[in-house]
Design a binder for this molecule. Sequence first.
Ligand code: HEC
Ligand code: HEC
Ligand code: HEC
Ligand code: HEC
Ligand code: HEC
Length: 214
Amino acid sequence: MPQIFHPRVNGLTRILLAGGALAIVAFACVAWFLNRSPYSTGQGAVPEQPVPFSHQHHVGGLGIDCRYCHTGVDRSRFAGLPDTHTCMSCHSQLWTEAQMLAPVRESLKEDRPLRWMRVHRLPDFVYFDHRAHVTRGIGCESCHGRVDRMPLMSQAAPMTMQWCLDCHRNPQKALRAPDRITAMGAPAASDPNALLRRYRIHTDRMTECVTCHR
Ligand code: HEC
Ligand code: HEC
Ligand code: HEC
Ligand code: HEC
Ligand code: HEC
């Protein structure tokens, strides 16, 4: 084949082309990292549950506090899920014939826990702690959205590192008084800086890698 370009030009073009290709790949990676699609973060997905439990009915309608069912949330890293007895404290008297609740009755009879499917799941290399947040003025709504409007539970926030950091850099606007932590649709606090001092929050440490990767 006759050579069209001088060999040196050819080399240069190759470097430029390779550089261009690398730049495109790098750009795509950055875009993916900064703004990942709901598909890759799990946002919005609704896993099928053994019983179609409705937060809308139990929280929005009946007004049951989150901590009645998620008893660990202000005491440990994990919020925890309710056991069958918690459901049966009401459903041994209410809706006792409902087909929808058959798996709950079976679970009690056979002494076998219901197997709820996880909606949220951080990778194992991330450290998270519920107590640290709900005892420092961060409400469930900031991370889980309007749970009182969810007929079925889904992940409201992207739960990416970028999302965690957005709040860790500037937590003021999310802070609530201690009696509003489980409330839904509560108005923003009137003096966020007073709350920052009251909870003794140290924003300087909140963006360090070891806070979440330890
Ligand atoms: C009557 C009991 C009950 C109450 C009250 C309740 N929940 Fe739940 N919650 C459940 C059950 C059962 C599940 C598991 C099934 C599901 O995911 O829908 C669950 C699941 C969840 C999940 C998803 C867990 C996962 O797998 O990642 C979140 C988040 C959650 N609840 C938040 C809340 C918040 C916030 C409140 C208060 C505003 C609340 N819940 C009140 C029973 C309850
Ligand atoms: C404090 C009482 C109480 C507790 C605890 C409770 N429920 Fe209910 N549940 C009710 C009432 C009342 C209704 C009827 C709601 C309605 O029709 O608006 C209901 C309705 C339901 C229904 C029918 C569909 C619906 O949402 O209307 C299902 C399914 C259900 N509950 C599952 C559960 C499960 C699973 C648990 C345990 C995780 C649980 N409930 C805990 C009071 C309770
Ligand atoms: C700062 C954000 C944040 C706040 C505030 C928060 N959660 Fe969560 N929640 C998460 C994350 C992240 C996960 C997933 C944790 C994992 O995969 O290890 C989660 C998981 C859960 C689960 C699944 C079971 C478990 O023990 O992990 C439940 C239930 C839950 N949250 C309920 C609540 C309730 C109720 C509140 C308020 C009282 C609350 N959360 C406040 C971020 C938050
Ligand atoms: C506020 C909590 C938080 C802090 C601080 C934090 N990370 Fe992360 N990091 C996360 C979460 C959550 C994930 C998993 C979700 C995701 O991939 O976005 C993650 C994922 C990662 C990943 C895997 C990325 C991927 O795409 O799989 C790396 C690498 C990482 N972090 C490095 C760092 C470094 C380096 C620092 C310090 C400069 C840091 N992180 C600080 C929360 C944090
Ligand atoms: C809406 C605001 C908000 C979001 C979103 C948020 N955090 Fe936090 N986080 C806080 C505040 C406020 C504190 C308390 C800081 C303090 O005590 O000085 C905190 C503290 C922590 C701590 C320190 C716990 C300890 O005991 O040292 C960890 C770990 C943490 N967050 C991880 C995460 C991870 C991982 C995510 C994302 C999945 C996340 N946070 C999302 C506001 C938030």
